[in-house]
Design a protein around this ligand. Structure first.
Ligand code: SF4
Length: 225
């Protein structure tokens, strides 16, 4: 077997594994599945895989008001192409962009965690699909496929074992439209004031809130039991 074949087959095994998890999800929670995405590399792969099963599954996008133009371009692309994307914003008016100056914990809490809490309240008892991988950061290394959340929600993480190069092989093979900032040295793309490029050898999320101890905005870590 040559290395190209082995690489391809490894990706096929991963896709089969993720599709099996999704098949389980659709059988257990018919009509009760929702996702969240910020249109990162993992997110667009998951969107594509879910969309191939059921185009109606809603994916929430939390618009903090601080996203890069490139991120909003990807959002528009997927919306225009029939993906069921629901935009959500905070109830607090931050049109003058003052919240970020109050520190990342306050800003993330108002702009990300509170809107997410609202999403979880609206989806009590449902299944939340998230595109996280264990390799993204130390905070995600112990994530499981199923993670109980508030409001009797189960979060399912069907891409837990995907590695970065496998994500990109899928994106390239399927010609998925992705955030152009990945071509400029970014590896994990959040809000513009809190995202920097990543050096070789760093975790993909190392560019988020650089210079502080903060590693998570709370969306993936605040609501677990
Ligand atoms: S990532 Fe930065 S700009 Fe975005 S909500 Fe958090 S603190 Fe605010």
């Amino acid at each position: 077997m040559n290395s190209g074949y082995i690489k391809k087959q490894n990706l096929n095994f991963l896709i089969d594994n993720t599709n099996n998890i999704l098949k389980w999800a659709f059988k257990k929670y018919p009509g009760k599945i929702f996702g969240t995405t910020a249109f990162g590399a993992n997110g667009i792969v998951l969107l594509d895989l879910v969309n191939k099963i059921d185009k109606k599954v809603p994916f929430y996008f939390i618009n903090t008001g601080y996203h890069f133009r490139e991120t909003l371009d990807v959002l528009e692309h997927y919306k225009k192409n029939g993906f069921n994307i629901i935009g959500v914003t905070s109830n607090v008016d931050d049109s003058n962009h003052l919240l970020v100056d109050m520190g990342p914990d306050v800003c993330c809490s108002i702009n990300k965690v509170e809107p997410m809490r609202k999403i979880l309240q609206e989806n009590k008892g449902n299944l939340w699909i998230a595109a996280v991988s264990r390799g993204q950061s130390s905070t995600r290394r112990n994530f499981r496929f199923l993670e109980p959340q508030d409001n009797n929600i189960i979060k399912i993480c069907p891409m837990l074992v995907w590695k970065e190069d496998e994500i990109w092989s899928y994106i390239n093979e399927n010609k998925l439209v992705y955030n152009k900032l990945y071509d400029k040295g970014y590896k994990s793309i959040g809000c513009e004031p809190c995202t920097t490029k990543v050096e070789d050898g760093e975790d993909s999320r190392a560019g988020r809130w650089r210079g502080s101890n903060k590693e998570e905005c709370g969306l993936q870590t605040e609501f677990g039991k």
